[in-house]
Design a protein around this ligand. Sequence first.
Ligand code: TPP
Ligand code: SF4
Length: 240
Amino acid sequence: MKTSNFPKCYKKETKPNKFCPGCGHSLTLKTLGQVIDGFEISKKMVFGIDIGCSLLAWDFFDIDTVQTHHGRVVPVIKGIKMASPKTVAIAYMGDGGGYAIGLQSLLHSAKRNDPITVILVNNTLYGMTGGQKAPTTMKGEVTSSTPGGVFTDDEPFMGPELINHITKGKAYTARASVGNLFDLKRKIQEAIMYQINGKGFAFVEVLSMCPLNWKTDVKNTIEFLDKMEKVFPVGVIGKS
Ligand SMILES: Cc1ncc(C[n+]2csc(CCOP(=O)(O)OP(=O)(O)O)c2C)c(N)n1
Ligand code: SF4
């Protein structure tokens, strides 16, 4: 497939897009690719991808890429940064990877103020494995493992807010949405600049769509994303 209209850092020839139609990963990755082009860092960076649908990005970019066990992309990308401090090190993962199995790694990296950039895609469930409940699942939301909806006191996990709290505002923490790609681009730019300027840990949560597991058509997908934006406020939560 010819990719001439895509970011320059995309592979020139690639296999067909592996994401489901309407998936927010594609929009997030295209936006990230535009930022990488703008900063001209494709030859100076390493891209780390987790397990989950983020791994479908393994042959998107003409960039050195490493794929890790579920939830372990943050320590792997931190290790690469330690071994090669001039490398721009970017970790990309889902909310299940970051806020469930990999939470410990994520929080300790933030607490240490590791100079890496983490982009986490929040689609409120475990996409790749069939739409099970994740830490971000909203109250009342039906998932494949909560068919009656979540009606307990289990509040959806607020990742950037927690990271901002434990880093005492030192880290760059923000939430954006694929519903506003200009804003998403600006926040990814700021997060990567944080690393380039040696300021430390930077984290962007991206509110994203999973129509396959939400079982939504186009209209309902947009409505679901609107609802997410009410539960998870978009904005810069902390920076120094
Ligand atoms: C150690 C380990 N536990 C469980 C799994 C099974 N597994 C693969 S993908 C996945 C869920 C991914 O969900 P998320 O991280 O939210 O990413 P998404 O697919 O939604 O983008 C799970 C549980 C695994 N691969 N490795
Ligand atoms: S399962 Fe969901 S997150 Fe995974 S590619 Fe399909 S729409 Fe995207």
